[in-house]
Design a protein around this ligand. Structure first.
Ligand SMILES: [Zn+2]
Length: 416
């Protein structure tokens, strides 16, 4: 059957080429018809809307009654669904064995893995916050060539640690130690030369299950100076309040996590959300990660509840000050892919549906300099779109119930 179809397609292309010289086929048109269309987090949804797509770009949006569906368009019935901009996950990793040898691995294996981890949850953009850069680069190349359906990948690499601060959980591997400002600048330049969009630091690093090594501020400063000189951002893994404070004071742009840990049961540092807001930093909550890690460590339920509560308080305090929140889960390190618990925890922390949608769309588009092309639904912008079953304004869990994911006009996931 497959062979026959290939033969027929080849014949058709050959026939078109001979019979219609100089004629190009009309551009593919798609119409999403009948959904609640949420063009941006801060505007009311269009109740019975239509989105028209031509190739990779949105060409029209409005109430269904106001639009004519062009003949020849592929119609995607969106009745009962909510249509929103494509999602970012700003904290992912490609370190599981399924991503190995991405340059030569069979495309279906990588495509299935991307679907399971990301695109089936509406993700069209990711920030890889530390994997194997050459491997991620190979995966990115194969996605961008169109061979494999997947998200657009940005990378923050380097993964610099303070002296003696390589995380115990990556053993036997050791991450590069930033020993002096000069060494640090060289490591940053090398990571950026290899094509990374940003730099990852461990400003507070779990060197053992009971100790966190904090990066000296002059090393943090050397990293941010070297990255900013080249117009690149720095993202830091804080671990606790001391690791967050040195990141903030050292000029880091994004915290990769909240920082709920209480070594010696010291309460978290409540000055930090305000300091982050003043400096225009962004925060990635990764709230689901805390119960996940504590479960693995066999922590009692009251400890889990308290530490998750700390993370939620940090998120709540920062968001209430108008701080920029970027959605991210640490998926790929975390082997549970479903983001539902992250949405529920953010919502419980007091973030509204609009604030969570902002963290998934407009906030990362602005942070990563792509707001002119994506992050909202508008004519002229990229057709990066998620079609959700149900209405997340009524049930936040609907953000994880995805019917279809469209990246630049191409359906990269559908459950129907
Ligand atoms: Zn991570």
């Amino acid at each position: 059957m497959y062979v026959m179809m290939v033969a027929v397609v080849a014949l058709l292309s050959a026939a078109c080429g001979r019979m219609l010289p100089g004629v190009t086929l009309s551009p593919p048109l798609t119409a999403l018809v009948g959904g609640r269309v949420q063009v941006s987090p801060d505007l009311d949804a269009i109740a019975d809307g239509i989105v028209l797509i031509e190739r990779d770009t949105i060409t029209a949006i409005g109430p269904r009654a106001s639009a004519r569906i062009p003949s020849g368009a592929t119609v995607i019935d969106s009745t009962g669904a909510t249509v929103v901009a494509g999602f970012w996950n700003s904290h992912v990793h490609f370190t599981q064995p399924v991503w190995a040898a991405a340059a030569t691995a069979p495309a279906p294996r990588l495509g299935d893995a991307l679907r399971a981890m990301l695109t089936s949850y509406g993700v069209v953009h990711v920030l890889d916050t530390g994997s194997f850069p050459d491997n991620t680069e190979a995966l990115r190349r194969r996605i961008e060539s169109g061979e494999i359906a997947g998200p657009r990948i940005m990378m923050a690499s380097g993964s610099l640690v303070p002296v003696g601060g390589s995380p115990y959980y990556v053993l036997p591997a050791r991450l590069p130690e930033a020993s002096t400002p000069a060494v640090t600048a060289t490591l940053v330049d090398a990571a950026l030369d290899r094509g990374a969009e940003g730099i990852k630091l461990f400003t507070g690093s779990w060197a053992s299950p009971r100790s966190i090594v904090v990066m000296p501020i002059e090393i943090v400063r050397a990293s941010t100076d070297a990255a900013h000189r080249r117009g690149k951002f720095v993202i830091a893994h804080p671990s606790n309040s001391a690791g967050a404070r040195v990141a903030i004071e050292g000029g880091v742009d994004i915290l990769a996590h909240t920082f709920p840990s209480e070594l010696d049961r010291r309460p978290w540092d409540r000055a930090l959300p305000g300091m982050m807001r003043e400096r225009g930093m962004a925060l990635i909550p990764t709230l689901k990660l805390w119960p996940y890690e504590l479960r693995k460590a066999g922590a009692p339920p009251d400890v889990t509840k308290r530490l998750l509560g700390n993370g939620q308080e940090q998120l709540q305090a920062f968001a209430a000050l108008g701080g920029q929140v970027l959605f991210g889960t640490d998926v790929g390190y975390m082997t549970e892919y479903d983001p539902t618990d992250e949405y529920v925890s953010m919502h419980e922390a007091g973030l509204s549906y609009a604030e969570i949608l902002r963290a998934l769309t407009t906030a990362p588009a602005e942070r990563f300099g792509m707001a002119a092309r994506t992050g909202r639904l508008a004519p002229g912008l990229a057709a990066d779109i998620v079609i959700l079953d149900g209405d997340p304004a009524l049930d936040i869990r609907a953000l994880a119930r995805v019917r279809s994911t469209i990246r630049a006009g191409r359906v990269i996931y559908t459950n129907r």
